[in-house]
Design a protein around this ligand. Structure first.
Ligand code: ADP
Ligand code: MG
Length: 244
């Protein structure tokens, strides 16, 4: 898997100017399928944000990406859209799997809910059979077992819940290793300060080499650097201006 490192600096002004430009980039231009673009239109979203413009094509190509852009810049769709498109094409040829194809890891229960809703709001318009599950901290072992039976295509969870599933046998390390093809660490700048380091370490040993890793954050910090070392090899680094 190819891994390269670039820094993309883009000013908000440049974005506005480009937006007025007739040649402006559309979601179509980024390589997304019509059904995803239709779903976006239903949500009144018709122009990609700067981070989406840069990240979507790279993620579609299969690159590992670290994206840093301020809160509210559209990082969720920047990874969700290409992730969904990859799963659309996977699902036809998918072998019988025993673990999810994609993990989206977030630091809080609220974010879990938010990301879950965002995924569902897109796939409801896509006429596709994708199973998406979120894990929450109150779930019993049997709740977890039920949630992961199937298994889902996409798992949205905190690292702690995934660790629990690995510890109690609800998720088999070998199955994770066989099935996982995309992992997203969203709000990566918060994951370590929220105390998920050990949970992430328990998981990273089972992430297969071929797995595409995406790390989204609002700020850069030593924690993000640490996570990069933990799960990424030599990713694309996309940086958009921070707030303030
Ligand atoms: P971040 O994760 O960078 O903080 P979010 O992904 O939560 O930002 O997006 C912030 C808001 O912007 C959400 O309400 C989302 O629906 C909206 N949004 C995302 N992409 C676009 C877009 N291309 N055009 C308009 N609104 C968008
Ligand atoms: Mg976000």
């Amino acid at each position: 898997k190819e891994q390269t490192e670039i820094i993309a600096e883009e000013e908000e002004d440049a974005f506005k100017k480009e937006e007025e430009d007739e040649e402006e980039k559309s979601f179509e231009g980024l390589g997304l399928e019509p059904r995803l673009i239709r779903a976006l239109n239903k949500k009144n979203i018709d122009k990609p944000t700067p981070i989406q413009r840069v990240a979507i094509p790279l993620i579609l190509e299969g690159k590992d990406v670290v994206a840093r852009a301020k809160t509210g810049s559209g990082k969720t769709l920047a990874y969700l859209l290409p992730l969904l498109q990859k799963l659309f094409s996977d699902s036809a040829s998918k072998n019988k799997q025993e673990a999810p194809t994609a993990f989206i890891l977030v630091p809080t229960r609220e974010l879990c809910q938010q990301v879950f809703s965002e995924v569902m709001s897109i796939i409801e318009y896509c006429r596709v059979q994708l199973k998406v599950v979120q894990l929450t901290s109150g779930m019993s072992t049997s709740d977890l077992r039920t949630a992961l039976a199937g298994p889902p295509d996409i798992l949205v969870s905190t690292p702690a819940c995934v660790h629990t599933c690995l510890s109690n046998g609800v998720l088999q390390p070998k199955a994770v290793n066989d099935s996982l093809s995309i992992i997203v660490l969203d709000e990566a700048d918060l994951l370590l300060s929220y105390g998920y380091e050990d949970d992430l370490k328990a998981l990273t040993t089972h992430i297969p080499k071929r797995c595409q890793c995406l790390l989204m954050s609002a700020t850069s910090s030593t924690d993000v650097e640490k996570l990069k070392k933990l799960i990424l090899h030599n990713p694309y680094i996309l940086t958009l201006p921070e707030v303030g």
